[in-house]
Design a protein around this ligand. Structure first.
Ligand code: AMP
Ligand code: ZN
Ligand code: FE
Ligand code: FE
Length: 300
């Protein structure tokens, strides 16, 4: 079984539609595909509809922008109830933060001599709910300000560059609880990628696990061999599920081809079990208050 649990489509900042990602996944010989667009479930329906004809299983997820002690943490939420009021409210805040920073970013870029405007970016955003820096990067490339997305980030969009503007992210611990309450399974994406190592050590992961964290993404292109080994040891020690994924973004990210990292089938089964457990619990707690007559109480 070939299982890739973290990919992006045009519902956020990937370059392919959800149906195209599913078709490409089948072509790449995957059996299971996680579609995990940033902060939105907008691509789920299309991906699910495409899954049958492609003959693969789609696991719907969301990669949620959170922060722990000031450091950005991407949290993968697998199969949460996308209509859970607490979760949708928080995702709406994050999406509003993404949209709200655009004008400030463009103003700062203008100061630095880069002239792109909002309609140009919005054409690039298309139907995506989550406006991201990659969309701005694509406009910068199209107008000759950068060679490719990576160059656009290095020159203009990364922290410390002229176009950088911070945006709202949820508290990591609160989001782990919320995803769990919404019947999903929370997994930290690339825990030691992009400078997160400072905060996500074993004690921190153990304490997030106490709040419902199910797993960590171990095999990811942002982790070198030593980091993967270190994370594997932590996963084993804490009995966290360990996943592996491509973080595919279509043509938007080089060296993230579908299936370049895979999740072990036994780990995938554990992830699904955790999600099923949380969903059952969520249904029990959040469902209508039904008094079930049953044989459990014997009245003399
Ligand atoms: P944002 O969501 O606006 O914070 O932008 C972050 C997104 O940009 C993430 O999904 C990354 O995958 C993507 N990204 C970050 N750095 C690069 C890079 N150097 N090249 C391509 N994509 C990048
Ligand atoms: Zn992305
Ligand atoms: Fe990420
Ligand atoms: Fe991602």
């Amino acid at each position: 079984m070939r299982i890739d649990l973290h990919t992006h489509s045009r519902a956020s900042d990937g370059t392919q539609s959800p149906a195209e990602v599913v078709a490409l996944a089948a072509e790449a010989g995957l059996d299971v595909l996680g579609l995990t667009d940033h902060d939105s479930a907008a691509g789920w329906a299309e991906a699910r509809a495409a899954a049958d004809s492609a003959g693969i299983v789609v696991v719907p997820g969301i990669e949620i922008s959170t922060k722990h002690q000031g450091a950005g943490v991407h949290l993968l939420a697998y199969v949460p109830d996308p209509t859970h009021p607490g979760l949708t409210a928080e995702l709406d805040l994050i999406l509003a933060g993404r949209s709200g920073r655009l004008a400030a970013m463009l103003a700062q870029l203008r100061e630095a001599g880069v002239h792109i405007d909002e309609p140009e970016v919005m054409r690039q955003v298309g139907e995506a709910k989550a406006i991201g820096r990659p969309h701005i990067a694509d406009v910068l490339v199209a107008k000759g300000y950068a060679d490719d997305r990576a160059d656009a980030f290095d020159s203009w969009l990364n922290w410390g560059r002229p176009g950088y503007v911070t945006r709202y992210a949820s508290d990591t611990r609160a989001m782990v609880r919320l995803v769990t309450a919404a019947g999903g399974a929370a997994v930290v994406a690339h825990p030691w990628g992009r400078g997160s190592r400072r905060v996500l050590d074993l004690p921190t992961l153990a304490s997030l696990q106490a709040d419902g964290l199910v797993g960590i993404e171990v095999d990811h292109q942002d982790h070198n061999g030593t980091e993967r080994e270190g994370l594997r040891v932590i996963a084993r020690e804490l009995d966290l599920v360990s996943t592996g994924s491509s973080d595919f973004h279509g043509e938007g990210k080089v060296d993230h081809e579908l299936g370049c990292n895979l999740t072990d089938p036994a780990q995938y089964e554990r992830l699904l079990e955790a999600a099923a457990h949380n969903a059952a619990k969520a249904a029990g707690v959040a469902g209508p208050a039904v008094v079930r007559p049953g044989p459990s109480v014997q009245v003399e």
